[in-house]
Design a protein around this ligand. Structure first.
Ligand code: BDP
Length: 602
């Protein structure tokens, strides 16, 4: 019981007879058939391609247990229907994905390390350039079971080597394994690859040699991988090269790449996570809009902009990123972080579905071209480090399919397939994200993490040699008068980037929701919250509440001891105790520090 089977812990039944109507014996259908023959607990299943159903992966399940029918517009839909049936999901009527693009982003480096990875080394890359085909097949299977249909195989901080011949041949091998599971492969590219790899003196997007280099490279890739998805690009951000190095705009850079992949129906996914370069001194949370709004309408039709859910950086709680309000002509993908860089990494049990649902309550899925999740997968036996971190991979896929599913429903589904759908475990999962916000940074506090691993607290963090946007003191602005970042129109003006009613609501200290209070306002210590407590009392109250919640989680887990296998019980138990210790450390470090600030001590 090491967790390696994820949520695919089906028992072998060998009962079902499976026939296929109107389908070929393609690899995809063979997988579906094989899964059903082994694991379906009923007598017969018929798979049918029905051309009246859209071929977007949608499917319909009908019939009775011993006489099932799965119909879909294409073979991937049959596979999705198969996994739905195996998990007991036999909802009537057509079941279609809401997001067209449901993509994992792996921040995997070619040396096998993973940026912000907490579950071992890369499943794709290592120095020997060997590939564990069985593991990659299991990866594909797990993704197909929750409807994920794309994957970016390498870190956004990309090495030019990624596009070299030996690596492209590996990419082909991986793509061949993933294809029957309905998963397309994408790569992150280094914008200066024509220099680093091609030996050109420049990567200027308007230079014809550079353009030719990318066109040739695209042709080479598509010759190996005809259904290659395209490139993901982090440009002019945190030291990465980009069009700005040549005084060109993001649209100049993205369009040059878009033209290179257009003949093959490829897509360019361009990230908006930029700060520092062109807008020095401006509030960091405003910079994406400042930088990209002028490019709106200038991108080729095969360019998509990818933005993080919040305007800063995957904090335990952020208001939504206003760039989703501001780009009128550019399709956008929301980037969510499944790996818990800022949420206790693989030690803390934090179920992220409620956080993502919160985002969708502000940014309508209707307005998004897709969704991307920064993966938490590695070579650890249980794939994700913490057994409960598997739930976040699972929840990402389920929400990518249908963002209207409730956090509770997904937790219940996942628990049923992995542990046991006990009410106390569901409740623990549902409360865990709010608990994390409380014990780390309540009331809209943000980025008071230790440099640069982002695990523990460092509210006093400041180093003159670092960019100011990496320093906690820049974000909380506590002094003897008050605390918080004034982003109202009297301060940095970030509230003005929001659509109504949020613009007005966030701008005033009295209407700003308390969970965002110190995000948008510098609040005097004498200020009283809705509860009647002053701000430092309210902070204390919330830090206490967070710690208490984790105490309660340890008790819930203790009570489940007899219902769960020993290995997984122990492993989760150990981590819950680390989480409790950490929560206490967060509370004492932060409260000590802010109390000192309040009394004017250094
Ligand atoms: C931050 C991470 C950093 C990533 C960066 C990004 O700390 O490792 O490279 O985001 O998204 O959250 O590009």
């Amino acid at each position: 019981e090491d967790g390696s089977k994820l949520w695919l812990r089906f028992g072998i039944k060998n009962r079902a007879k499976v026939i296929c109507d109107g389908c070929t014996s393609s690899p995809t259908v063979t997988i579906a058939r094989h899964e059903l023959e082994q694991y379906y607990d009923g007598k017969a299943v018929k798979l049918t391609i029905d051309k009246s159903i859209p071929s977007d992966g949608g499917f319909e399940i009908s019939g009775t247990r011993d006489n099932r029918l799965i119909s879909a517009g294409n073979e991937t839909g049959l596979l999705y229907g198969t996994y739905a049936l195996l998990r007991g999901d036999t909802i009537k009527g057509l079941n279609r994905p809401v997001f067209k693009l449901r993509i994992l982003n792996h921040w995997d480096n070619l040396d096998s390390s993973i940026e912000r990875g907490y579950a071992g080394t890369s499943i794709f890359w290592n120095k020997a350039m060997s590939i564990d085909t069985a593991r990659i097949r299991e990866y594909a299977r797990a993704n197909a079971s929750i409807g994920i249909n794309g994957t970016v195989l390498n870190n956004v901080n990309a090495s030019p080597k990624m596009l070299s011949r030996p690596y492209l041949l590996k990419v082909r091998q991986i793509a061949d394994i993933l294809r029957p599971y309905g998963i397309r492969v994408y790569l992150s590219v280094n914008f200066a690859s024509p220099m680093g790899l091609g030996g050109l003196p420049t990567a200027d997007p308007l230079n014809s040699k550079v353009q030719k280099w990318w066109k040739k490279k695209a042709k080479e890739i598509y010759a190996e991988i005809p259904d290659f998805g395209g490139f993901l690009v982090k440009a002019n951000s945190e030291g990465q090269p980009g069009p700005g190095d040549y005084k060109r705009s993001h649209s100049d850079g993205a369009n040059m790449l878009a033209d290179a992949v257009a003949p093959f129906n490829g897509t360019i996914i361009w990230r908006s996570f930029v700060y520092g370069a062109n807008h020095k001194g401006e509030d960091r949370v405003k910079q994406a809009v400042s930088e990209f709004e002028p490019c709106d309408g200038k991108f080729r039709s095969n360019v998509i902009l990818q933005s993080k859910n919040g305007p800063l950086d995957f904090q335990p709680r952020e208001p939504y990123a206003p760039i989703f309000d501001r780009m009128r002509h550019t399709p956008q993908i929301a980037e969510l972080q499944i790996t818990q860089e800022y949420l206790g990494q693989s030690n803390h049990l934090v179920y992220l579905a409620p956080m993502w649902k919160e985002f969708f309550s502000f940014v309508s899925p209707k307005n998004l071209a897709g969704i991307a999740g920064v993966s938490n997968i590695g070579n650890d036996a249980n794939w994700c480090g913490h057994h409960f971190a598997q739930a976040n991979w699972y929840a990402f896929g389920r929400l990518a399919w249908n963002p209207a599913l409730s956090s509770r429903k997904i937790a219940e589904e996942w628990l049923m397939q992995t542990f046991v759908a006990d009410e106390s475990l569901i409740s623990m999962m549902l409360r865990s994200r709010e608990a994390c916000v409380d014990y780390m940074m309540p009331l809209g506090l943000h980025h008071i993490f230790k440099f640069d691993h982002h695990y523990g607290p460092e509210p006093d963090g400041f180093k003159a040699s670092y960019p100011i946007e990496w320093c906690p003191v820049y974000y909380h602005r506590a002094d003897n008068k008050g605390i918080g970042f004034d982003r109202s129109t009297k301060g940095s003006g970030a509230t003005a980037q929001y659509r109504e009613p949020y613009r007005t609501q966030y701008d005033s200290i009295t209407t700003c929701p308390e969970e965002y209070l110190l995000w948008f306002h510098h609040v005097p210590w004498t200020y009283r919250t809705l509860s009647g407590r002053n701000i430092i009392e309210e902070m204390q109250y919330r830090y206490d509440r967070g710690v208490k919640e984790v105490e309660d989680f340890t008790a819930i887990w203790q009570a489940m001891r007899d219902d769960i296998d020993q290995q997984r019980w122990n492993e989760v138990n150990n981590r819950l105790h680390i989480q409790l210790k950490d929560a206490n450390e967060w509370r004492s470090t932060c409260m000590d520090y802010f109390n000192k600030k309040k009394s004017g001590l250094k």
